[in-house]
Each structure stands twice: as structure tokens, then as C-alpha cells.
Design a binder for this molecule. Sequence first.
Ligand code: ADE
Ligand code: ZN
Length: 351
Amino acid sequence: MTLPIDFPHISRPHLLHLLRAAPKAELHIHIEGSLEPELIFELARRNGVALPYASVDALRKAYAFTNLQSFLDVYYAGASVLITEDDFDAMAWAYFRRAAHDNVVHAEVFFDPQTHTARGIDVGVVIRGLDRAARRAEAELGLSVRLILCFLRHLSESDALATLEAALPYRDKFIGVGLDSSEMGHPPEKFERVFARAREAGLRLVAHAGEEGPPAYIRSALDVLHVERIDHGVRCLEDPALVARLASERVPLTVCPLSNVKLCVFDGLDQHNIPALLAADLCVTINSDDPAYFGGYVNDNFVQLFESLPQLTARDAYVLMRNSFDAAFVDDEDKALWTEELDSVFAANEP
Ligand code: ADE
Ligand code: ZN
């Protein structure tokens, strides 16, 4: 199908409908960040875990973050209620249902094993629970799912290496590794050996870089860790030579607009640099990061972004969704199938 490049048949109200209705991939979602306050309290009660918050409302009130660290403190407290395989299954299943509702057809889901192994939970409990929900989502929701194990960068590289070795018996249940948690003061170089080990094991590689940290962290994620995608990466615009490289090598950036506003990376969605990233011809995708904490799932990110930035067009929407398939760790047949579905949704006339 040949699509008109500027989609002149798509009105603004129809575009807002298409943002929700079109098929898309989500490539940057931390499963522990999908834990809604109601489920946190239910699991805390079931597992006898004491929370430093009196109620669901009190917990929600704590979601007034000033930077990444102020969020991470609350996020790790929330994850402390996860104990059994069933808990990990329940958390992930809730996200998959929500994602399918947003017409996500493929999700690459981060998980943080060290948040749980530090509390005495076996890594197998974490991975088996998440995998059970993933297989159910594939069978019952038609959602394609892959898991990506993230190392916490505020911990040591030897802790990350031990985590990878403990997880390798479950190698068939995750496709890659990533790097998350407190960025400043923890450059990618700190994790050179563990990423080399993951590469030897045939795992795909991604890393958070340039969320709060400088463009130099994006460069070292590429040059030292050899990652294939950058999570966030919004600070790349401070370094024009880096932008040129990201564009020519077509390195995907998994951008998370609501997260960036909640964590004060930008003052508002209307200040977000997505239009500039798109104008620089970067392979940008839209994602929810930690939807339970940042006020919305992937469609909320799309709709609120386009409502706040009227200069974004139907062509931008198409490109963002198309990029999500191009950047996914799946085979070319899957990408072609989803792209065809996307094309037919954008080609259809308004009802
Ligand atoms: N862990 C969960 N969300 C994160 C984010 N936005 N940045 C770094 N680590 C995270
Ligand atoms: Zn993230």
C-alpha cells in the first residue's frame, strides 16, 4: 500500500482517535512501574508487608516527584509487596490487559530482579511469574511479549554480574538486558564487563542514557556497552554531532513524555523536545515508562503529547508508531505484518 505522505484526509479530531486506535509497540515499560496503588495495597495485605503509607490516597499523594531519585524511592517501596510467583503474574497480567486495550500489539517489558533478590526473593520466582503472564497474554490477548532484564546502576557491577549468572538458567524467558535506576554518577562504563558477558550469551542490549545524565552517557552506552537502543536519550540534542550519529546509525530512542514531565526533565508536555527529535530525523518511539506512577499508559502519552503540541501532525503519529515496529527486537515478518495493519488504519477514511 502506498500512503499519502502527509495524510491530508486526516482531520485533527480523527487524528486523536487514530492515536488510540492504531496498532503500536511499547518498548520502554518497567513492569514494577505498572503496579497500581490498589494492587500494592492488596498484595501488602495478602503478604503481611507493612507499607510506609496509610492508604491508597496517601500513597497517590506521594506521587509528587522532583527528580528521578525522588520517584525511585517510592517505586522501590511499592515493589516491596511482591513476594510470590502469583504476585509477579498478577502485576504483569494487569499491565498486559491495559496494553491490549491501548492497541499495543507488541510489548518489550523491563524487570528489575535486584529489587527483589535483595529482599530474599529467588530470581526464578520473578522470571517464572512474569513469563506465565506473558504466555497468557500471547494466548488470550494476541499480544506479543518479550522480557528484558535490567541491572540497577546504583549497585555494583559485581552485583549485576551475579544477577546475570543467576538468571541465565532462564535464558529462554528473556531476550535482553538493560540498565536503569539512578543515572547521575553511574555512567555506562561501570557496566562494561556485564554487558560484554550478556552479549556473549546472545542477549539484546539497551540502556537508559540521557534522561537526567549528559550526552556523554549516550555515547558511552553506544561505544562501551554496544547497546542497540537508547532508553530516553532526550538530552542528545545538547550535542549536535551525537544527534547526527544517532540519525545516520538509526539508533532508536524510547522516549517517555509523561515520565519526563513528572520527573521534571521538562516543565510541561508543551515544552517537550519531541518535535525537535523528529525534525532531526531520529528514530523516536513513544512509551509509558512507569504508567502507574506517571499518570498514564501509552495512549495517554500519545494523546496528551499531541494535544499539548499542535504542531505534531498525522505524519508524525504514523512515523512514531512505525518506528516502534522498526525498533522492536522481533523478526522482519512480524514487523511487516504490524506495519501493514498500521498502514490500513491510517489509509481508512473517517467514518
Ligand atoms: N526505573 C524505573 N523507571 C526508571 C526511569 N525512568 N529511569 C531510570 N530508572 C527507572
Ligand atoms: Zn525507564
